[in-house]
Ligand binder design. Structure first.
Ligand SMILES: Cc1cc2nc3c(=O)[nH]c(=O)nc-3n(C[C@H](O)[C@H](O)[C@H](O)COP(=O)(O)O)c2cc1C
Length: 206
């Protein structure tokens, strides 16, 4: 609620100002979520949400989505750092890079959700490595959300779909977010719809 008044004050008390209305929209959608959607999305489904994030945008998306799905997000951590050029080349070539130990046995999981940034129209080598390590995942449903600067989401989703299908998984839904919208805190409504898709309450999203 504080955010709403701050937003209105910052806009010289003009509540009808488009920037103020944006605060009203964001705050009201959170109220709707707290009092209605949260209960509506309760489920027994065992969901594992894993993500990689370098600069924090995908982390923010993953945390919002995990909150909506009532799960704790699990972060993929690189085992060692490398330069920007190497990162981009490995992503472009679809290579893997070592990661720290992370949950990869899906025997006690019903649904896997992966959140990843778009790198070179594909995904970071750490995400490729994670998928290559998955075990007991055959026949399980998965969903992906990719976070990007502005282009390449479709290609990155296609890339992830191929890798996940090679592991015998079924990509049941996907979506993307854009960096500037994450910075402006306006992806929450979109993630509510995606969370409903994961819970099977809406048809599969784009
Ligand atoms: C090596 C590298 C390659 C990238 N390639 C793309 C790209 O092809 N398309 C795009 O829209 N954004 C691209 N980006 C931008 C990221 O997808 C974007 O900044 C995203 O928000 C980063 O997520 P993060 O903050 O979780 O690391 C690239 C970023 C890096 C570091």
């Amino acid at each position: 609620m504080g955010g709403l008044w701050q937003g209105i004050r910052r806009n010289k008390n003009q509540w009808w100002n488009p920037a103020s209305l944006q605060y009203v929209r964001v705050v009201s959608s959170r109220f709707i979520y707290l009092f209605y959607e949260r209960e509506h999305l309760m489920t027994d489904m065992r969901i594992l949400l894993v993500y990689y994030s370098w600069k924090g945008h995908t982390a923010k998306v993953a945390e919002h989505l995990a909150d909506l799905l009532h799960t704790e997000p699990v972060r993929i951590e690189p085992a060692a750092d490398s330069g920007m050029f190497k990162k981009a080349m490995k992503a472009l070539l679809g290579w893997c890079s070592p990661i720290k130990p992370v949950k990869e046995d899906l025997s006690d999981i019903d649904v896997l959700v992966i959140a990843s940034p778009v790198w070179a129209g594909k995904v970071p080598p750490y995400v490729n490595e994670y998928i290559s390590r998955l075990s007991m995942c055959e026949g399980k449903r998965c969903y992906v959300v990719v976070e990007m600067g502005g282009s390449g989401a479709e290609n990155a989703i296609r890339h992830l779909k191929g890798r996940l299908e090679n592991k015998g998984m079924k990509l049941a839904g996907s979506t993307w977010t854009i960096e500037k919208d994450v910075d402006a805190n306006i992806v929450y409504d979109h993630l509510i719809v995606f969370a409903e898709t994961i819970h099977g309450k809406k048809s599969v999203s784009s």
